[in-house]
Design a protein around this ligand. Structure first.
Ligand code: NAP
Length: 448
């Protein structure tokens, strides 16, 4: 080919940025446009990682270096499917790599889940991270709260519900979130795992960290703390499982300090109903389960009602169905072969690729996204001869198209302005940064 290849990457989270980096470092002459529906880059790092996890947010430094490259451009505030459809992209690019992640909550089909006071973790995470698309107010009136699920998101939610606003003040939380958490009345946060301690999805470091706050007692309830033969096998087979179980046992052995807030962890309790009165959550009913020796658990018919006024389900994320692409609603991914999008007959869709959670489902830590992106880029590079050339491959064609449609897109230069603005806001309060929340404000500051 005697011209530069043009590739669009949809999604400026770690998955999209890693894919762009690997692609531009390959042997082909290529330039990449990253298209993102938020006005800002960094996806889950900015809007998913909890604000009291600055160590994980450090990944941004490496992502910034990638976005500073001349052969990569950033187009924020551009919504795939609305502002740019697949047909539009095919006019400008040789290929499109979708890295849109997973933003919604997986549903749980139990009665009462739609009551007032019942929330999805994804929405709460978006709120405390200052996502522009969620309400700035969050009602935190419940004194006792249930968190469903035993993964790292459940730990994040439980911790954010139990920490004090002043503990979080050193972080980048926006002002509205500080005020919301200041008014939080939660004293007891009950986290329910439907299986046993060796089956939880916590990672050891995140579980240990739960106990680091002087304002929180972590209370692991011994009922249901079953380590059957299958559990012992898991402990022997995995260092991480052993560390998690050890940490939980340490919590059991530890005396409560009388801290103002408590996180209770309950095992072998499966949620069966959210109880309500006048449309509002007043409790959670769980069924005790028993491990069956294979790692699975089955119900015992023994039920417990827990008086809680709020329920947060943290039972996994779900990806959005992307316009113009096939979608497997059961697994929540775009069907693909190593990153190459395939239709229901298994035939490849020319020029369409996926990477990250939209490719393999919402599991795994951020680091896993790198190897995933490498596989997708390998697949793309092996398909070069089969790509269909776009009608308008010149750099600048997409800018003109967006301008002609009046879409106020943001750029990498614009992000640098917003970044500086947030850092400056933080400086006056002795904090690293204070996030801007409203989409219009972000766009205005970026494009000033
Ligand atoms: P996850 O790790 O898959 O955990 C989901 C939890 O929900 C599991 O305990 C699961 O139990 C439970 N669950 C599923 N369906 C349920 C139901 N119907 N009733 C009751 N419980 C149910 O998902 P996640 O917590 O959303 O995390 C997603 C990924 O992001 C993970 O890889 C996680 O490690 C990562 N992450 C990392 C951090 C960090 O700080 N490092 C923070 C947040 C997220 P079963 O196992 O029984 O299905």
């Amino acid at each position: 080919m005697n011209r530069q290849l043009r590739v669009a990457v949809i999604g400026a989270g770690p998955a999209g940025i890693y894919a762009s980096d690997i692609l531009t470092k390959s042997d082909v002459d290529v330039s990449v446009d990253i298209i993102e529906r938020n006005p800002t880059p960094f996806g889950l790092i900015r809007y998913g990682v909890a604000p009291d996890h600055p160590r994980i947010k450090e990944i941004v430094k490496a992502l910034k270096r990638v976005l500073s490259q001349d052969d990569i451009r950033f187009f924020g505030n551009v919504d795939y499917g609305t502002d740019l459809k697949l047909d539009d992209l095919q006019q400008f690019y040789d290929a499109v790599i979708f890295a849109t992640g997973a933003h919604k909550d997986r549903q749980i089909q139990i009665p009462g889940i739609d009551l007032r006071g019942s929330y999805g973790a994804a929405d709460f995470v978006s709120w405390y991270n200052g996502h522009p698309d969620v309400h700035t107010e969050w009602p935190l009136e419940a004194e006792s709260v249930a968190v469903l699920g035993a993964g790292n998101v459940a730990l994040d939610v439980a911790r954010m519900l139990a920490k004090t606003a002043d503990e979080l003040l050193f972080t980048e939380i926006p002002d509205n979130v500080y005020r919301g958490i200041k008014a939080n009345r939660a004293q007891d946060v009950h986290l329910f795992a439907r299986r046993g301690p060796a089956q939880v999805k916590f990672t050891p470091m995140e579980l240990r960290e739960l106990g680091h706050s002087p304002n929180i007692d972590v209370i692991v309830h011994p009922e249901g703390f079953d380590l059957d033969e299958g559990s012992m096998d898991s402990i022997c087979a995995s260092k991480s499982v052993k560390l998690v179980v050890d940490t939980l046992q340490n919590y059991i052995a530890k005396d409560a300090t009388g801290a103002a807030h408590r996180i209770h962890i309950h095992f072998c309790q499966s949620p069966v109903e959210v109880l309500g009165e006048d449309g509002q959550v007043v409790g959670l009913r769980t069924e005790r389960t028993e491990l069956d020796g294979t790692g699975n658990a089955c119900g015992t018919g023994e039920f417990t009602d827990w008086p809680v006024q709020s329920v947060y389900r943290a039972i996994g994320y779900l990806s959005d169905n992307l316009a113009g692409l096939p979608f497997d609603a059961t697994t929540g991914v775009v069907p693909n072969d190593g990153g190459r999008v395939i239709d229901i007959d298994g035939e490849p869709l020319p020029g369409a690729y996926v990477t990250g959670w939209i490719k393999r489902g919402p599991i795994g830590l951020i680091g896993h996204t790198k190897s995933d992106a490498a596989q997708t880029i390998d697949m793309f590079l092996s398909d070069l001869d089969a790509l269909v050339a776009p009608e308008q491959p010149e750099v600048g064609a997409v800018d003109r198209y967006l301008d002609s449609r009046g879409i106020a897109f943001t750029t990498w230069e614009g992000w640098k302005k917003l970044d500086a603005h947030e850092i400056l806001r933080g400086e006056s309060q002795g904090r690293e940064r204070v996030k801007v929340v409203a989409r219009d404000d972000m766009v205005r500051i970026s494009n000033a």
